[in-house]
Design a protein around this ligand. Structure first.
Ligand code: CP3
Length: 664
């Protein structure tokens, strides 16, 4: 386009004709690559401090190895794929552009016409039509992985089928797990048009500036830039902090497509320029940034407090705001400042307590769980005795196995036993679908506790995470090596995913029942997940735990707990939860820094420290408080459950010490 002298780029105009206010020293982040020097000059000419960090590099088509390999296999002697899922329009086009560097489009289209093709939504459909073919299956709205899976499964028996999934940028672990659960063999075809720059140091520095509040304005000029910025932030483990940082800044976008991408990541767009040009965007930013920021900073505290690290959670329950919302326990879950560090102890109602033993002498453990008045009594007694900041309903993570009819019972000294463990697909088929109404006694107990202490003390509902439940179901009881569990996972991955899906569904329903009955927050116990390496966690566990956590309404805090999880913390955070449980095998300060303070943390005194004298207990508690450094979002707890031989007065001394030493 030719530009007349009067329609010049605004940055070329003389200062005398340009009356827009300047940046006045604000720090402005831009993500240009080719135009890096120009944008820095534009920002500085208008009085800003430029932080320019290239976020993209174009990938030559012939470097798309996965795409080229897919093309070769598609046209091979016998097509290797029976189903191809096209997830995005841009990716579908990029995949073809890459394949067409080697093959003729007509041959590719003919090969696809002979098999089942799935379009996730209107954009891939349009791309496919432009390329000359129609999808066999068009996935209905809202076009999430769930609809992809159900639309496909309704038309194709997936068992044994070879399925390719085109991806553009974002992997979808849930879709892969869902396909594998139905017996498909999945090949992922990642397609890249743009990738991160080879030297990421400037981008990392810019992200850190954003996360730490050392930047005021951000300008984005393409949707790929947005994707790369957020993806690098996530990969660096600072995704939530960067998003919160951007939410505090003045944010400009070059145009509607880029703005849509920002919004897709939950980010607000403050302005777009009248014309989609870099110079206009910088000018608009200089004109508006100061007033946007002063309005934003007035409400910044509230925004920060509400930002959830789990944007994918179910909508808030719309329940009336509980009077306990401002209790230190609840505030700590939201990483808000509290007058002291709240504390409770896992297994606080248990055998170490004489009051518990007295009830237990007359009743079997499962009977205690089944009788709401007994369960409520031991729950409340523990709170009153210890003066802790939360109650946890007396129950057990294994209760949902009762309606599964696998023969759960507790043997004296041996812990839980499952008479008919799950070892094969046929075992899994035998398990009836669980209606959590069968566990209504837990809801009744919660209501009784609520009536007794609900006005003063938050009540924690809880459940086992799918992996830890599966380990009991498969091993038939407690285990040291998880040999049967892992063998199951490695040799029968489809059945494994099906089992995990079922456990995830029951667990989500069970938690929702507890919340409806009055639980103020919930804890998910993945006690034994630390037995896995990160790859196995990501593939076999993460999608299922994530689906449980996503089902919990966003206004009900979730504590995500495990032990021996030093190697898994980032992945567990990815699975979700407002609070991550830490055991004593990690240093709390290190672990929290590694998580970039993007979640609250709970822990992490060694339960055996309670066997030492009171002065040693105080020293160790102080060391943990020092590691937390008074930062909002620490809930004190043991790193695992309190042991039956623990002296009660030592547990009481710990609670008192934490309250006293953390008072602010
Ligand atoms: O924290 C609390 O006070 C609430 C009650 C609670 C119990 N179990 C009561 C219980 C909670 C939160 C649990 C969770 C639980 N149960 C977990 C996850 C927590 C962890 O320790 O990692 C697990 C793995 C279980 C399964 C379970 N229940 C086992 C392995 C055992 C036997 C071992 C043991 O500690 O006795 C149980 C029994 C059990 N659950 C008891 C209690 C008070 C002891 C029962 C008795 O009195 O004999």
């Amino acid at each position: 386009m030719r530009r007349g002298p009067l329609a010049m780029n605004p940055d070329m105009q003389s200062n005398s004709s340009d009356l827009t206010p300047g940046f006045g020293g604000l720090r402005v982040v831009a993500f240009e690559s080719r135009m890096a020097a120009e944008v820095a000059a534009m920002i500085e000419r208008r009085g800003g401090v430029a932080i320019v960090a290239p976020a993209m590099r174009e990938v030559p088509l012939e470097d798309n190895r996965a795409a080229l390999d897919f093309g070769d296999r598609l046209l091979g002697n016998q097509s290797e794929f029976e189903v191809v899922i096209f997830m995005t329009g841009v990716g579908t086009r990029a995949l073809f552009a890459a394949m067409e560097t080697r093959h003729r489009r007509a041959d590719l289209v003919a090969a696809l016409a002979a098999i089942t093709t799935v379009a996730r939504g209107p954009k891939p459909i349009r791309a496919m039509r432009d390329l000359g073919f129609e999808p066999s299956i068009a996935v209905p709205e809202p076009n999430t992985w769930r609809e992809v899976l159900s639309a496909l499964a309704a038309q194709v028996e997936l068992k044994g089928k070879r399925v390719a999934v085109q991806e553009y940028g974002v992997s979808n672990h849930e879709l892969t797990a869902g396909l594998e659960a139905r017996g498909a063999r999945v090949t992922i075809v990642p397609v890249y048009r743009w990738t991160l720059p080879a030297d990421r140091a400037p981008l990392r520095a810019a992200l850190n500036a954003i996360a730490s509040g050392a930047a005021d304005v951000a300008i984005f000029t393409s949707s790929n830039q947005v994707t790369n910025v957020i993806q690098l932030a996530d990969a660096e483990g600072i995704g939530a902090a960067v998003k919160q940082g951007i939410a505090r800044m003045a944010v400009g976008s070059i145009g509607p497509v880029c703005s849509a991408q920002l919004r897709a990541y939950g980010l607000r767009v403050d302005f777009e320029p009248e014309h989609s040009k870099l110079g206009h965007l910088v000018k608009e930013a200089a004109a508006q940034a100061a007033s946007i920021l002063s309005a934003r900073r007035a409400t910044a505290v509230r925004i920060e407090a509400c930002a959830s690290p789990n944007p994918q959670r179910a909508p808030a329950s719309n329940a009336p705001r509980s009077p306990l919302a401002d209790h230190p326990m609840m505030k700590a879950c939201r990483r808000e400042p509290t007058p002291y560090t709240p504390i409770w102890l896992m297994r606080q109602a248990g055998r170490y307590m004489p009051e518990y033993r007295r009830v237990r002498e007359r009743h079997d453990f499962l009977e205690m769980c089944r009788r709401p008045e007994l369960s409520a009594e031991v729950t409340v007694t523990a709170v009153e005795r210890l003066k802790v900041d939360a109650a946890i309903i007396f129950a057990d993570i294994l209760l949902p196995l009762i309606p599964m009819e696998v023969g759960l019972h507790f043997e004296k000294g041996d812990g839980p036993v499952i008479d008919r463990p799950i070892r094969t697909e046929a075992d899994l088929e035998r398990i009836p679908d669980v209606d959590v109404a069968a566990l209504g006694f837990v809801a009744d107990a919660i209501k009784l506790v609520h009536r007794a202490i609900g006005a003063t003390t938050p009540l924690i509902g809880f459940a086992g995470a799918p992996f830890t439940l599966a380990s009991y179901l498969i091993e038939g009881g407690s285990s040291r090596q998880y040999q049967a569990t892992k063998t199951f996972m490695y040799t029968q991955p489809e059945t494994w995913h099906r089992l995990m899906e079922r456990l995830a569904r029951v667990t989500a329903d069970y938690l929702k029942m507890q919340i409806a009955a009055g639980a103020d927050l919930v804890q998910i116990f993945d006690s034994w997940v630390g037995s896995l390496g990160p790859d196995d966690y990501r593939r076999f566990v993460l999608p299922h735990t994530a689906s449980v956590i996503a089902a919990v309404p966003a206004d009900v805090p979730v504590i995500h707990f495990g032990t021996v999880t030093g190697n898994l913390l980032e992945l567990m955070r990815e699975a979700g939860g407002d609070v991550l449980g830490l055991d004593w095998r990690v240093d709390l300060a290190d672990a929290w820094a590694r998580l970039n303070y993007s979640v609250a943390v709970q822990g992490n005194l060694d339960p055996i420290a309670l066997f030492a004298g009171v002065s040693e207990i105080r020293t160790r508690a102080q060391a943990i408080l020092d590691q937390a450094g008074g930062r909002p979002g620490h809930i004190f707890n043991l790193g695992h459950g309190i042991l039956p031989e623990t002296p009660v007065d030592h547990a009481i001394a710990l609670v008192d010490a934490v309250h006293e030493m953390s008072a602010r």
